[in-house]
Design a protein around this ligand. Structure first.
Ligand SMILES: [Zn+2]
Length: 365
């Protein structure tokens, strides 16, 4: 059986938008920009500068509609500027990229992404998370990959710190989840590459995370901020593309994300960002795996940048664990667990981790 694997292409740097004319030269001249309002405001001067003096013409700047929905995507499909464009530029965060990925896929036009936040890998993945108009999750849509991703370090440095902070928390899950969920399987070439690549996702975050957060606070592009940005957008994105298929294998996320899904049904859990809760889930997974050395390393790291180390930090009490499990045992993540994972064992690991995290905090005071 034949198959095709597409890998993300990307540029990074404070002046990388200057590469636009060269990178897009085979795809046409007229580009329509679609994105978030703030994102387009911040990226616009760099985009105009990037294409100035070239054959690339930006025909318009269109708002994507505010959420990743089929309704917003379909409205864009009806827009003449979008229909007439040779290529589509997606500018913004995850929801903007996901919407425009759907639009470009439907029109089968070349797509270029310009992430303005380092919070997730949507700019390079072949999946769109689609919501209902009421804000609830609808389904996953599987578009083609963007032709190229342009990561402007100056634009990223000008984004809110919280997105980077939570992006670090989410990216911390990639290595331990991919390694754990694939551990008993014989992997074919593509997922084997993906799992190997996941092994470079944790350490750069631990090494450069604190400095990157310091830099983003003062809007200063830096080597460390670039390393963390590449980790969150590119490394995790390539892993996601390689370790999951709609119906064959799925090593993309597991127990750390189960803790997040569980938190969404608690009264206070939803007050906390996705990546914040996932980073606590990572500690629970490491406790479950009994990898104490890695647990020590990441607990120290979490504490050093204000990510949670116990459930008190996300305002969840242990008597809510059962309700959380009722929710997370119904997820795709749970369904793809390795053999032998039981609800009771994982809840016990969550409790043990909670005690360890509390003791860690007490010892620090
Ligand atoms: Zn996540």
């Amino acid at each position: 059986m034949s198959y095709t694997v597409s890998l993300p292409n990307y540029s990074i740097g404070a002046d990388c938008y200057k590469e636009i004319p060269y990178v897009t030269r085979f795809f046409g001249k007229k580009a329509v920009v679609i994105g978030g309002k703030t994102a387009m405001e911040k990226a616009r001067p760099y985009l105009l500068e990037g294409v100035s003096g070239s054959q690339v013409e930006l025909t318009g700047f269109l708002w994507y509609g505010g959420n990743s929905t089929y309704e917003n995507g379909d409205a864009l499909l009806e827009t003449p500027l979008v229909q007439q464009a040779d290529m589509i530029f997606a500018v913004g965060g995850g929801r903007a990229c996901d919407t425009v990925k759907y639009v470009a896929d439907k029109l089968d036009k070349p797509l270029f992404t310009f992430p303005t936040l380092a919070s997730n890998c949507a700019a390079v993945t072949a999946i769109s998370v689609i919501y209902n108009e009421d804000g609830s999750l609808r389904e996953y849509y599987y578009p083609k990959l963007a032709n190229h991703c342009f990561i402007n370090s100056a634009v990223i440095a000008d984004s809110p710190e919280d997105f980077l902070w939570a992006g670090i928390g989410d990216a911390l899950s990639k290595e331990c989840e991919a390694v754990f969920s694939s551990k008993d399987d014989r992997l074919s070439h593509t997922p084997m590459m993906g799992v190997q690549l996941s092994r470079i996702c944790t350490t750069p975050l631990v090494e450069y995370g604190a400095k990157a957060l310091e830099d983003i606070r003062v809007k200063r592009p830096s080597y460390e901020l670039d390393q963390v940005t590449l980790d969150i957008i590119i490394s995790t994105g390539i892993v996601s593309n390689m370790v999951s298929t709609p119906d064959d294998y799925y090593y993309n996320s597991t127990l750390a994300h189960c803790v997040y899904y569980g938190s969404t049904v608690t009264p206070n859990g939803h007050k906390h960002l996705h990546g914040e809760v996932v980073s606590l889930g990572v500690l629970c997974l490491l406790e479950y795996m009994n990898d104490q050395a890695e647990l020590d390393r990441l607990m120290k790291f979490n504490a050093s940048i204000g990510l949670p180390v116990c459930f008190d930090d996300v305002e969840i009490s242990e008597d809510e664990f059962d309700v959380m499990a009722d929710k997370f045992t119904k997820t795709t993540e749970w369904a793809h667990n390795p053999k032998g994972v039981t609800r009771e064992d994982f809840l016990a690991a969550m409790s043990r981790l909670n005690a360890k995290g509390r003791a860690f905090k007490a010892a620090q005071q």
